[in-house]
Design a protein around this ligand. Structure first.
Ligand code: HEC
Ligand code: HEC
Length: 156
């Protein structure tokens, strides 16, 4: 990895507090002929009242996940049907692979996951780092993917 003026850039961002607005979510993928994946059900159903990404802070804990999905489902059971709730609960299993894929594609050419985790930065810090580093790999990152990375890199 070669040295790069990007650190100064990050410094500037952190000092000036030029932050992105907090996490918002991308629309779910368009209607498809195949059945929706658990992640698609999650993105669709859980973004009605707040960004689905609100959930990334708790998805590392099975008990918190199950409980919050149940609480939010009870806010609008006609919107989140039983089958949706089951799919969303099951998304817990897929989330680590989704996170690894987004990280590898967006950051993994230049950074190691464990090393970044050791920095113990706050969610707000990660948000601004990701918004500037997100384009470094030359690939696009959706808002939801940025939130997902932010949630994964931030200490619970
Ligand atoms: C009908 C509206 C609605 C839907 C749909 C909804 N939520 Fe929520 N969600 C809320 C409200 C209101 C709050 C804040 C109060 C609360 O925790 O009940 C909230 C809060 C949260 C929180 C933060 C809890 C905290 O302690 O700060 C998480 C995480 C969350 N929702 C996840 C989800 C997930 C996952 C889904 C999909 C299953 C979902 N929400 C769907 C209304 C909704
Ligand atoms: C194309 C290579 C590249 C990609 C992709 C990339 N970065 Fe970086 N990143 C760098 C370089 C170069 C630096 C500056 C390193 C230095 O000067 O110490 C840096 C610095 C950082 C720092 C500051 C390191 C520290 O010790 O404080 C963080 C945090 C960071 N990157 C996170 C990320 C994240 C998160 C992603 C994915 C969204 C990402 N980077 C994508 C090359 C990259």
């Amino acid at each position: 990895m070669k040295r790069h003026p990007v650190t100064a850039f990050i410094g500037l961002v952190l000092v000036t507090g030029l932050l992105l607005p907090a996490c918002a979510t991308a629309p779910p993928p368009g209607a498809a002929a195949r059945p929706a994946t658990p992640r698609e059900v999650f993105l669709n159903k859980c973004s009605k009242c707040h960004p689905a990404g609100k959930a990334y802070a708790i998805i590392h804990r099975r008990d918190l996940w199950d409980a919050q999905v149940a609480v939010c489902t009870s806010h609008d059971p006609s919107w989140i049907k039983d089958a949706d709730m089951k799919a969303i609960i099951a998304y817990y299993e897929d989330h680590p692979q989704v996170l690894a894929r987004v990280f590898n594609r967006s950051c993994g050419d230049c950074h190691q996951w464990a090393k970044l985790r050791e920095l113990h930065k706050s969610g707000t810090q990660w948000e601004s780092i990701i918004s500037f580093m997100g384009g470094m790999s030359g690939t696009m990152m959706s808002r939801d993917e940025a939130e997902l990375l932010c949630g994964g890199l931030t200490d619970p």
